[in-house]
Design a protein around this ligand. Structure first.
Ligand code: FAD
Length: 505
């Protein structure tokens, strides 16, 4: 297909209107560039708008660097982690500044890193907590976020900055490919049109949580459902490959176990209720009471259902492949809860940025989601029969669990004692659970200026990456750090691209 050159020439074209793309566009504009923001979906926000909203901040750059280095275990260059550590120190002022400029307020809190790694004490969060007059149900009716919901406030703040600067945004404009001339990147191709970017292109078009194909190629498990949007299909990975881009840690994803809604119209995964994070090996941890256990297809428990940062790592134990049966005996698994547990709280934590799902499920309460997803029977035998499990095996698993609860110790899997709740009171409820993916943590390698690196580690001229598409986390993620890399990396990419000498128009 021959693309038609668009009359407008831009300095910087940003692909993807989530948090990283918005920040890159704002910063490129403020550095004097003529910017265009292209978004695939007819609505903005990506998965950023569904996020809890906390971005990691740090008090001390050296400690932050030490923590990041240990988190990444050699998968990411020091120079890249160093700028993220330094950026995290400056992030409080940056976010407070962005918020204040549009009449909003941001707050901070000290919260240590999720793991007792060097420097974990230096971390905290910054989040936008108040945007006067902002009603997400009115402004972003296509979205839903449960629990902490400050992601929509953060997105509203950057969205407001885009509007106030008059940065042109084209929604419903999927970028298909980069546009090359004489072997050089000159812009992007979007729906049969070539759009010129004289200085640079920032790819901020998210990860591949909605691409079954990429997941099948790069993950050891069958494809997982995304939990927020369908737009992030790894397009940036594909586009940058044409320019010779390398790849890094594609295996790493942020996910947990969750539900599939029985109504086929709800095609996303639904995350399990989030429990308070805790830090293994340190005193004064507080955990929540967890009402459920998880069993495999032989009705056996096989994991600590409440790992320190369960929303991140608790999908991992499900990946076991059995070569004898050539199956994944833990996918799906079964969640079991009793009547008392169901009274305690609801289990589904749906989120979405999708108008069709919003139209159909927007009025569904959390209880409605639970009622749709969970099956209730008067006895455990009834649960076993419903889900095709061995009734004796299930009875003995639950009985062993109840004995462990009475003893206050899960010797086999190390579930935190404070979270242990017996499963005794009928009726019993159960639901199949699958690994579900919140976001991916691998993709395009980049340097400290966010320039995409080719497969030899050299920067590809005029090509930048920001946010999830170039996430630095190649071993162990920690909560709130994706937002930090959107903010820090988006800013660096936008400014660096804007300061390049323009190519011939
Ligand atoms: C439920 C949930 C809660 C989370 N909570 C937190 C949290 O509290 N703190 C935190 O740090 N992280 C959190 N995360 C992770 C975090 O939200 C993401 O890592 C981050 O927001 C990704 O931002 P992004 O700008 O890179 O991508 P996105 O926000 O997903 O934006 C990418 C955009 O690119 C668009 N796009 C894709 N392909 C193309 C194309 N070809 N052309 C044009 N546009 C394209 C997409 O439609 C999308 O709008 C959470 C994730 C989920 C799912």
């Amino acid at each position: 297909m021959k693309a038609k050159l668009n009359g407008d020439a831009f300095d910087v074209v940003v692909v993807g209107f989530g948090l990283a793309g918005a920040v890159a566009a704002i910063e490129a504009h403020d550095a004097g560039a003529k910017v265009l923001l292209l978004e695939k979906e007819p609505f903005p926000g990506g998965i950023s708008i569904c996020a809890g909203g906390g971005a990691r901040i740090a008090g001390d750059a050296d400690k932050a660097f030490a923590y990041l280095k240990e988190s990444c275990k050699g998968t990411t260059p020091d120079a890249v982690l160093r700028v993220l550590a330094e950026g995290a120190v400056e992030l409080t002022d940056y976010v407070k500044g962005l918020a204040a400029a549009v009449g909003a307020t941001a707050k901070t809190q000290n919260v240590r890193g999720n793991y007792a790694l060097p420097g974990y004490e230096t971390w905290g969060y910054v989040e936008v907590c108040n945007v006067p007059g902002f009603d997400p149900a009115v402004e972003y009716p296509h979205t839903r976020a449960e629990g902490e919901v400050n992601g929509r406030k953060m997105f509203k703040v950057v969205h407001e900055h885009i509007k106030r600067r008059g940065i042109p945004v084209r929604l419903g404009s999927p970028v298909d490919r980069l546009w090359f001339e004489n072997g050089e990147i000159r812009g992007v191709r979007c729906g049969g049109e070539a759009i010129s970017a004289r200085r640079g292109i920032v790819l901020a078009c998210g990860g591949f949580e909605a691409s079954d194909e990429l997941q099948r190629q790069f993950w050891p498990t069958p494809p997982m459902r995304p939990v927020a949007t369908f737009g992030n299909t790894g397009d940036g990975i594909q586009m940058a490959q044409e320019a010779g881009a390398g790849l890094w840690h594609l295996w790493h994803l942020h996910g947990v176990y969750g539900f599939h809604h029985p109504d086929a119209a709800f095609k996303l995964g639904i995350r399990i209720r989030r429990m308070r994070n805790w830090i293994a090996g340190t005193p004064s941890n507080r955990q929540d009471m967890m009402s459920w256990i998880i069993v495999d297809q032989r009705a056996k428990r096989y994991m600590n259902e409440y790992e320190p940062y369960m929303q991140d790592t608790n999908h991992r134990p499900m990946a076991l492949y059995d070569p004898m049966t050539r199956t994944y005996p833990r996918i799906p698994s079964l969640l079991i809860v009793d009547a008392k547990g169901r009274e305690l709280y609801t289990l589904c934590e749906p989120s979405y940025n999708d108008p069709d799902i919003a139209a159909r499920f927007g009025k569904h309460s959390l209880r409605d989601f639970d009622d749709a997803v969970l099956t209730t029977r008067p006895s455990l035998d009834g649960i076993a029969e419903e889900f095709g499990l061995d009734a004796g095996a299930l009875a003995s698993t639950v009985s062993e669990w109840n004995i462990a609860c009475a003893a206050g110790s899960d010797r086999e899997f190390g579930r935190p004692p404070a979270s242990m709740m017996p499963i005794v009171e009928p009726p019993f409820s159960a639901a199949r659970v699958w690994p579900v993916v919140s976001n991916t943590q691998g993709g395009l390698p980049h340097d400290e200026h966010q320039r995409v690196l080719n497969s030899y580690g050299e920067p590809i001229p005029r090509l930048y990456v920001a946010g999830e598409l170039g996430s630095v986390f190649g071993h162990l993620y920690f909560s709130g750090a994706n937002y930090s890399e959107c903010l820090v990396g988006g800013k660096i990419a936008g400014i660096h691209a804007a300061n390049l000498k323009p190519s011939r128009a």
